[in-house]
Design a protein around this ligand. Structure first.
Ligand SMILES: *[C@@H]1O[C@H](CO)[C@@H](O)[C@H](O)[C@H]1NC(C)=O
Ligand SMILES: *[C@@H]1O[C@H](CO)[C@@H](O)[C@H](O)[C@H]1NC(C)=O
Ligand SMILES: *[C@@H]1O[C@H](CO)[C@@H](O)[C@H](O)[C@H]1NC(C)=O
Length: 392
């Protein structure tokens, strides 16, 4: 800047100071103050409206109608028995080591196709493994790490996410996109249900019911609409029709067909029982069709004296871990239940209950349970299962 220009500017500054001093002497009448106040207020509200309502509304995806949620779904996949070479190829013969936490992974995802010899003429997809995965909570990176460790192959494996695969963690939309693109199976968790409710609230739709004609469909869930700050409301606003349709198609419970029945060991054996997948648990005293949706999404314990009521609070008086009670209770045709939701109790494998929420969102682990059929050299079919985990 030239010296002359600088000088000019100094002169100008002095001049402005003088003007400011004059301005101070000038007093506004109360009337003018009011008018300025009102105009300013209206202007501020207008700007706020523009940035908070008008502009964001351009980025809100169109609404998709919601349909009723299937209460008891059937798995559209069946297992083909594996023989020795394939067992070794997939690493299913490796000793089970949960505490070891060995995360050494190949970088490549396996996409070779296993030889699947179809049994029967069912219209179901024939797969080598059914893979159940505990609460992912939007932790997409841990999820992909787990799939690499499993040597997941979308053609020969069928994945079922046990609810709470979105919300809390950083990448819910990526988990959803992956699930949609790879046709992953799912069941609904309390967080997906809350997102469905918030979506309905936001787009002025009716909250979907469970396809069930029983009388107890009261909704205990409350929607927290605290001026757009509830994370589930914010997530619901971002969902495109394909995302909400995916969440909406996840059933409350899923019948899995025959699964291994054994006191917990690495492997399983020749015994089997019907298996089901559910997010939190089931009431022992009701049939699957009669289960109460809110209980299956939220329970952690049964409450005495009859243990036919549930609570999500494991410290509630007169309550007992639902899985503990369910395993001890003598019942005809007991289902083996695969579930998540209970990160505090962590990996919880019993004969009739398999809890596999291992607290990924708390920085702990993400766990999958693989189920497969194994044909021994003598031709006997074994039902086998094994958990696999990665650190989050
Ligand atoms: C089940 O899967 C098979 C093969 O992928 C498909 O042909 C069939 O339509 C599916 N059935 C249902 C009920 O989705
Ligand atoms: C629901 O309705 C069907 C027939 O419409 C009936 O067979 C079934 O028992 C009903 N279930 C309940 C829980 O009321
Ligand atoms: C629990 O069982 C008791 C005794 O059989 C019965 O009186 C009560 O109504 C049941 N409660 C529920 C919620 O089913």
């Amino acid at each position: 800047m030239s010296e002359r220009l600088l000088k000019d500017q100094n002169v100008q500054n002095n001049y402005m100071d003088e003007e400011y001093a004059e301005f101070e002497e000038f007093t506004l009448s109360n009337k003018v103050k009011w008018i300025i106040g009102i105009v300013g207020g209206v202007f501020t509200i207008g700007i706020l409206y523009l940035f908070v309502v008008l502009i964001p509304s351009y980025y809100i995806p169109e609404a998709s109608e919601l349909s009723d949620i299937v209460k008891v779904g059937e798995l559209n996949a069946t297992l083909s028995p594996l023989e020795d070479p394939r067992i070794k190829q997939l690493g299913l013969d490796a000793p089970y080591d949960y505490e070891g936490g060995d995360d050494d992974l190949d970088n490549e995802e396996s996409d070779e196709k296993g030889d699947i010899d179809t049994i029967g003429t069912s219209s179901k997809k024939v797969v080598e493994r059914i893979i159940l995965i505990g609460d992912i909570h939007g932790h997409y990176l841990a999820f992909r790490k787990l799939l690499r460790k499993l040597k997941y192959n979308s053609k020969s494996d069928h994945i079922i996410m046990l609810g709470d695969f979105i919300s809390k963690g950083p990448d819910s939309l990526q988990v959803l996109d992956f699930a949609i693109n790879n046709n992953l199976g799912c069941i609904i968790g309390n967080h997906e249900y809350a997102v469905l409710q918030n979506y309905a609230l936001f787009h002025h739709l009716t909250v979907p019911k469970f396809t069930d004609n029983s009388s107890h469909s009261s909704s205990r869930f409350t929607i927290k609409d605290s001026f757009n700050s509830d994370p589930e409301f914010l997530l619901a606003k971002k969902l495109q029709p394909k995302h909400i349709q995916y969440i909406n198609h996840c059933p409350l419970m899923l019948k899995l067909g025959e699964v291994p029945l054994h006191k917990w060991s690495n492997f399983g054996g020749i015994k089997s029982a019907p298996g089901i997948a559910v997010h939190a648990g089931i009431r022992w005293d009701l049939s699957l069709e009669d289960q109460i949706p809110e209980d299956t999404l939220e329970m952690r314990s049964y409450v005495g004296p009859f243990f036919n009521e549930t609570t999500s609070d494991p410290h509630e008086k007169h309550s007992i871990s639902w899985s503990k009670y369910y395993n001890k209770k003598n019942l005809p045709n007991k289902n083996v239940v695969y579930y998540g939701h209970d990160a505090r109790r962590g990996l919880n494998l019993k004969k009739y209950t398999k809890g596999i929420d291992t607290g990924c969102d708390r920085g702990e682990k993400l766990t999958a349970m693989m189920i497969w059929l194994q044909k021994t050299p003598t031709g006997v079919i074994h039902y086998a299962e094994r958990p696999v985990h990665v650190n989050c």
